[in-house]
Design a binder for this molecule. Sequence first.
Ligand code: ATP
Length: 204
Amino acid sequence: MDVIGITGGIGSGKSTVSDYLRSLGYEIIDADGISRQLTGAGSPILKELGAAFGGGIFTQEGELDRKKLAEIVFCDPAKNRLLQSIVTVKVKEIARDRIRAFRETGEESVLFLDVPLLYETGSEAMCDRVWYVTAEREIRIRRVMKRDGADREQVIARMESQMPEAEKRRRADRVIDNSGDLPGLRRQIDALLEEHTGKGLTNR
Ligand code: ATP
């Protein structure tokens, strides 16, 4: 059984790739989803985050204000590291447990690990291979503006806060170019699955 990491910058299409793989029956571990669950209402991690970043990171209802937290860590590498040390460590622990459980089923399949900050968090160590999703910069900007109702400057600032594209492309095993349409994206994924499993469109 192999673990394939899926990563890529903001708006590259990671979720779209994961959704397609899921529709084919593959199991996906979604790091962002785990992180949202871990920081859900009443979770013990919220206390740790409150102690580290102050009460200003919560909404009036006591929920985590993710935007606020993102703003705080955005321009401050030390605070960003602090956030990673509280949340990322636990996300990785859970991902590792799920990988172990999947291995124990003895199933000869592929498990996908969708981690936006795969390289930044050292998560490639959990993967046998990495697929890097990307698209032309202008296309990514327009897709994120449309998806999030964000303005151009906000999207560019978020993109530029990430590790440079060239470095990630170099480290990845395969690159998926998502600058085209959805059928084109699916064809690339089908080809990679075929290459990897030798079995084409099915995970069985
Ligand atoms: P983020 O890191 O910001 O969460 P992501 O890498 O998961 O983003 P997606 O959410 O999958 O990216 O894609 C960004 C937006 O672009 C979404 O609204 C998605 O529906 C759209 N999109 C993705 N791929 C294509 C495509 N090939 N053609 C048209 N729209 C696309």
